[in-house]
Design a protein around this ligand. Structure first.
Ligand code: PAF
Length: 280
């Protein structure tokens, strides 16, 4: 695997493959890679001729400086993991390579940026739009692969591609889970032993809600979840919503004919984790 630190050098290299009509698959990440990321590389390798990964902890998508400062960084391990996964090229830019001046593009995603991650993390999706649009400009992928743990992010990136009229297919890939059900996340490595144990409650409670959703109404189910989380001293609920999976509009009543998604954000100690479950 060849590693690039400069976008112009990466562009020159990728132009060789574009000239040969090779398809380029792209996996943008913030590093601290785990098997969930490897699965995205595997999807790309199956569907495209060349796979490019990027590792960049994008400051403009963090609204909390402590979260940015403590975001895990494991570059040597990441390079090893990507090499073993058969990734072809890695782009590891500096902040200056992505943002050479103070100018930042501004994006608006309407309703999508007013709910859930959008309302809890002001400016987050604008920051995601900024970095993903710059990365797409540089890599010019045919397909880009994103994990569906960030359910709303996938919708935002699809909206971005539409707004910019880019010929890029956004592929949403399944969530990978640990053996106790916890969704894989780079942030999991910041949990201490006790917090890590408790974090497994998140998928467990979501699955319990699915089991009771036809009996309880949606408000009752949400109250039940809030109560369960409040009972666990190490956890604080940010949000738990039950939404139409296509639009992310909150559902008032469960209707088994409507594709439905449960979305949750929970602080376990100081670490904020998100997860979701689709009921089709
Ligand atoms: O999901 C992530 O890791 C990041 O939000 C992304 C898409 C790489 C943009 O920084």
């Amino acid at each position: 695997m060849q590693v690039f630190y400069n976008i112009h050098e990466l562009k020159l290299k990728l132009a060789e493959f574009a000239f040969l009509d090779k398809t380029i698959g792209f996996v943008p990440t913030m590093g601290a890679l785990h098997d969930g990321h490897v699965s995205l590389i595997n999807f790309s390798k199956k569907q495209c001729d060349i796979t490019v990964c990027s590792i960049f902890v994008n400051p403009t998508q963090f609204n909390n400086s402590e979260d940015l400062a403590h975001y895990p960084k494991t570059p040597e391990n990441d390079i090893l993991l990507l090499t073993n996964a058969g990734c072809d090229f890695l782009y590891m830019p500096s902040v200056d390579d992505i943002y050479p001046t103070d100018f930042h593009r501004t994006f608006h995603f309407g309703y999508l940026e007013t709910i859930l991650e959008g309302s809890s993390r002001a400016g987050h999706f604008n920051g995601v739009g900024q970095v993903v649009s710059i990365l797409f400009d540089g890599v010019k992928p045919h397909k880009a692969f994103f994990g569906s743990k960030d359910y709303q992010q996938v919708m935002v990136v699809k909206a971005l591609v539409k707004q910019l009229n880019l010929p890029i297919e956004i592929v949403s890939c399944p969530i990978l889970r640990e053996s106790d059900g916890l969704a894989m996340s780079s942030r999991n490595m910041r949990l201490n032993v006790q917090e890590r144990k408790v974090a497994a409650l998140i998928p467990k409670l979501m699955n319990e809600v699915i089991g009771m959703i036809e009996l309880l109404d949606i408000e009752e189910a949400k109250k039940w979840m809030k109560h369960q989380i409040e009972n666990e001293p190490l956890m604080t609920l940010d949000y738990f919503e039950i939404c139409d999976a296509e639009s992310l509009h909150e559902l008032k009543e469960y209707d088994s004919t409507v594709s439905t998604v449960l979305l949750i954000a929970v602080f376990v100690g100081k670490i904020r984790l998100i997860d979701n479950l689709l009921i089709s």
